[in-house]
Design a protein around this ligand. Structure first.
Ligand code: ZN
Length: 196
């Protein structure tokens, strides 16, 4: 089921999300709804807070980033087929060179900014069957995971911008929170004024 995506300004996006316990019976349904919602919006990642749930879960599918021209064959194959569910993840460390990438977010439509992040991560997480994993990722895959991990920590990519950049974006961000934005997917706006 496709759900509306919470827009910038919704308090759920600023909350540190809570772990999901093993007995959570609607987990499969939740994950299914997240895939439906993400693919409908042409996203590469989605975190549970973006559908209004302050839970530590996110999904990633980097296939749209697979670029045969600018990637080695190995990297192309990995990025093309990388699709994963992360439950109760814990980011252990970030290492390697820092690099910039122009990021966007389904909760902040029409805003894209260069964000600096470390190249490599070591992350502990559960899959949807609650099996524990410890993996290292790098490049664009690590980048998407870092962005989604921030979501469950209550951090948006706009929080990482300089105060000047944030100031310049203030009007645009306020408009998003008021619903003054066109998207081809359904959103939920915190400051939508009714009867207008
Ligand atoms: Zn996002």
């Amino acid at each position: 089921m496709i759900l509306p995506i919470s827009a910038y300004g919704d308090p759920v996006l600023k909350k540190k999300a809570k772990d999901i316990d093993n007995g959570f019976k609607d987990l499969n349904k939740l994950i299914e709804n997240m895939w439906d919602t993400m693919y409908n919006a042409n996203g590469v990642g989605l975190a549970a807070p973006q559908i209004g749930l302050p839970l530590r879960a996110f999904i990633v599918d980097t296939s749209p980033f697979a670029d045969a021209e600018n990637m080695s064959n190995d990297e192309f194959e990995i990025v093309k087929s990388f699709k994963k569910v992360f439950i109760n993840p814990f980011l252990i460390k970030e290492t390697g060179d820092k690099w910039d990438f122009n990021e966007g977010c389904l909760s902040i439509p029409d805003v894209r900014e260069d964000i600096t992040r470390s190249d490599t991560i070591l992350i502990k997480y559960l899959d949807k069957n609650f099996n524990q994993h410890l993996d290292s990722f790098n490049g664009i895959i690590a980048r998407v995971i870092q962005h989604e991990y921030d979501h469950i920590e209550g951090i948006l990519f706009t929080d990482k911008l300089s105060s000047l950049k944030r100031k310049l974006l203030k009007g645009k961000l306020l408009n998003i929170s008021k619903g003054k934005i066109e998207t081809d997917y359904k959103m939920k706006f915190p400051k939508l004024i009714k009867n207008m």
